[in-house]
Design a protein around this ligand. Structure first.
Ligand code: UD1
Ligand code: UDP
Length: 358
């Protein structure tokens, strides 16, 4: 059975690492295609090395561009690869432009398509990710939903029940596997006196938060102020770095900006944090995996179970007082409810067995 897996952006390398291992164990012939959407070594290369992801059989090197240009270039290049390789399955992950391009290319060539992390919805069509995930779900033959809420979203849109499997979350699989390999707080931060349980870990990269300078300033002003109370460490996503130019360290002197870190360091930073503050999808869940309270800098989240279970609270990023209040409430909050939300760490195995069963 030949499977072609499409990746391109940071969170997809982490998701693919887990699935690739399971595919290999089950004797599948997997080829990885890297679109090149993310290309800095801190956004791409480090994950392939650290997580021992197979070398991409196809590295398209597409790079950054506007949505249409980037997706269009990927579509054309992926189509060429699929015509040559004719895999039995194309697998795509999540909701990036690489996901959509892979999905469209496969569906138009009538190659069976599987979507990992299907059924997530923010119900905010202004998010590029929402369009990508809705279109990908509707083009897919197999929909691997991480939760029953995701499955319900797909059923509401009329997608056929027999195409949907609730398998759990491959990111949970990854966090279990790699946590065993991780260490403590990264050395350079340790040397600066960063102590376990005594800092907040923040990430900000969502287009809706970074593309409008006034909104980004509002968010970082709140974080800079909060850093007077609890040190805030912020690995800076390149999108946000570009938006800030060279002003980050001068305009927000109390935030500890660092370069993006590898996954093992990120898991360690999450585990030892007092609080996680983020607009990332993956980081919201990872905070829960390690039992740390999370504040999400968004108006809505796809991972609604975490809010309902008391692990996460939404902080509208255009309202500084509400953001500040959410941070204080999260610091004072007890641990959320103990429930298993994202499976039992065998999502990848379940996906592999569904792919093999067709
Ligand atoms: C993309 C995804 C988003 C995901 C995120 C994960 C889309 C529409 N968005 O957002 O869903 O949460 O990845 O991190 O697919 N850049 C670099 N070096 C890189 C990559 C990007 O400098 O290696 C800079 C470029 O200026 C680029 C900008 O970051 O224009 C944005 O990159 P892009 O891949 O378009 O979107 P992300 O914001 O990374
Ligand atoms: N991550 C990382 N280093 C960082 C920031 C994030 O390894 O400096 C990991 C994080 O642990 C999670 C994934 O990247 O597994 C989330 O990716 P991102 O926030 O870029 O995208 P999203 O999940 O929002 O699509």
């Amino acid at each position: 059975m030949k499977v072609l897996t499409v990746v391109g952006a940071r969170p997809q390398f982490i998701k693919a690492a887990t699935l690739s291992r399971a595919l290999l164990r089950a004797g599948f012939d997997e080829q990885l295609l890297h679109t090149g959407q993310h290309y800095d070594s801190s956004m791409s290369g480090v994950f392939f090395e650290e997580l021992e992801i197979p070398r991409p059989a196809h590295a398209l090197g597409i790079g950054s561009a506007s949505h249409g240009a980037q997706t269009g270039r990927m579509l054309e290049a992926i189509e060429r690869v699929l015509q040559a390789e004719r895999p039995d399955w194309v697998v795509v992950f999540g909701d990036t432009n690489s996901t959509l391009a892979g999905a469209l290319a496969a569906a138009k060539l009538h190659i069976p398509l599987a979507h990992v992390e299907a059924g997530l919805r923010s119900y905010n069509r202004r998010m590029p990710e929402e369009l990508n995930r809705v279109l990908t779900d509707h083009a897919s033959d197999l929909l691997f939903a991480p939760t029953s809420a995701a499955r319900a979203n797909l059923l509401k849109e009329g997608l056929a029940e027999d195409r949907i499997s609730v398998v759990g979350d491959v990111m949970y699989d990854a966090s279990l596997y790699y946590a065993a390999k991780g260490g403590g707080i990264p050395e350079h931060l340790d040397a600066q006196g960063l102590c376990a349980g005594a800092y907040a870990l923040a990430t900000v990269h969502r287009a809706e938060n970074t593309d409008e300078p006034a909104r980004l300033k509002l968010i970082l002003d709140v974080l800079d102020d909060f850093a007077g109370q609890l040190p805030v460490v912020l690995p800076l996503h390149p999108r946000t770095a570009v938006a800030l130019g060279d002003r980050a360290r001068t305009d927000y002197p109390r935030i500890r900006f660092i370069d993006p870190v590898g996954y093992l360091d990120m898991l360690a930073l999450e585990k030892h944090a007092r609080l996680v503050i983020t607009d990332s999808g993956g980081v919201q869940k990872e905070a829960y995996f390690v039992g740390v309270q999370c504040v999400t800098l968004r108006d809505e989240t796809e991972w609604v179970e975490l809010v309902e279970a008391g692990w996460n609270r939404l902080a509208p990023p255009h309202e500084p007082l509400a953001m500040r209040a959410a941070l204080e409430q999260a610091l004072a909050a007890p641990a959320g409810r103990e429930i298993q939300l994202y499976g039992d760490g065998t999502a990848a195995e379940k996906i592999v067995s569904a792919l093999g069963g067709r």
